[in-house]
Design a protein. Structure first.
Length: 263
């Protein structure tokens, strides 16, 4: 009864099934490994951020360029404060406000963007405390330049003078007359009554939408594998039923030659 499995049609079906199932399992496992990798990165970034608060600060130059291994680590830099900008639309503790961003002009000839703190409400230069005068040494968490559109960073343009949507060298290069580090620092302790801005995990290490997309794709590939198996068994059962009916004479052996009843 199962000799039909040796026909060219069923050879094609069987080969497709034998190739499709391992492929679906492989793709599902790969997507699962990507999700697990993001979970591991998130755990490592969280542990690094927690331990970074207690470790000794290192000179800025030794921690550049910023990557997953240095993001969130404590650094120190010296210089004189220069231009000050506001970064509107930033949330902290569930409230909306703005960052106070001041450029620290270092002896290297480059300026380091420093987030001196956060204030609630609409961005207002009159409310932002003036930066300390003279030579200062800052200590805080090292952060990579932001990318507009990621991690809640606004991509809006047309902001008033003295404001920027993203903290990045690309966004600041046309706003300040300094060469810039491709990084920024958020102070451990905010200045003059502001709240300190906590360090954020580097891009690609959080349990964000992309991570859960990987998990969703994992489920989809395994469902596809199960669907292929289900359809194979369904086709097999239908073929067996057809062969059984044909053996009992319930199905014409040559349906194309069956005479059509006259009216």
């Amino acid at each position: 009864m199962y000799r039909f499995l040796l026909t060219p049609r069923w050879w094609g079906i069987n080969v497709f099934v034998l190739l499709a199932i391992p492929f679906c399992v492989f793709m599902g496992s790969w997507q699962l490994s990507r999700f697990e990798g993001r979970v591991q990165d998130h755990r490592a970034a969280s542990e690094q951020a927690a331990s970074g608060r207690d470790e000794a600060a290192r000179p800025l130059a030794t921690m550049l360029p910023v990557d997953k291994g240095t993001s969130g680590r404590r650094v120190t830099a010296s210089g004189r404060y220069g231009e000050q900008l506001l970064v509107p639309g930033r949330e902290l503790d569930g409230k909306r406000g703005f960052y106070v961003l001041t450029l620290l002009r270092t002896d290297s000839g480059k300026a380091l963007p420093v987030v001196r703190g956060w204030l609630p409400g609409t961005a207002d230069a009159g409310r932002a405390p003036a930066a300390p005068a003279g030579e200062v040494t800052v200590t805080g968490a090292l952060q990579a330049s932001e990318t507009p559109g990621d991690n809640g960073v606004s991509a809006q343009g047309g902001l008033p003078a003295g404001q920027t949507a993203a903290i990045s060298s690309a966004s600041l290069v046309n706003l300040v007359p300094y060469r810039l580090y491709d990084a920024w620092v958020t102070l451990d302790e905010a200045d003059a009554g502001m709240k300190a801005v906590p360090a954020s995990a580097p891009d690609g290490t959080g349990l964000d939408l992309k991570a859960f997309q990987n998990l969703g794709y994992t489920g989809e590939w395994f469902v596809f594998a199960g669907f292929v198996v289900f359809m194979w068994f369904r086709l097999l059962r239908r073929e067996v039923e057809f062969q059984r009916d044909a053996a009992l004479g319930l199905v014409p052996e040559n349906p194309e030659r069956t005479p059509v009843p006259s009216g």
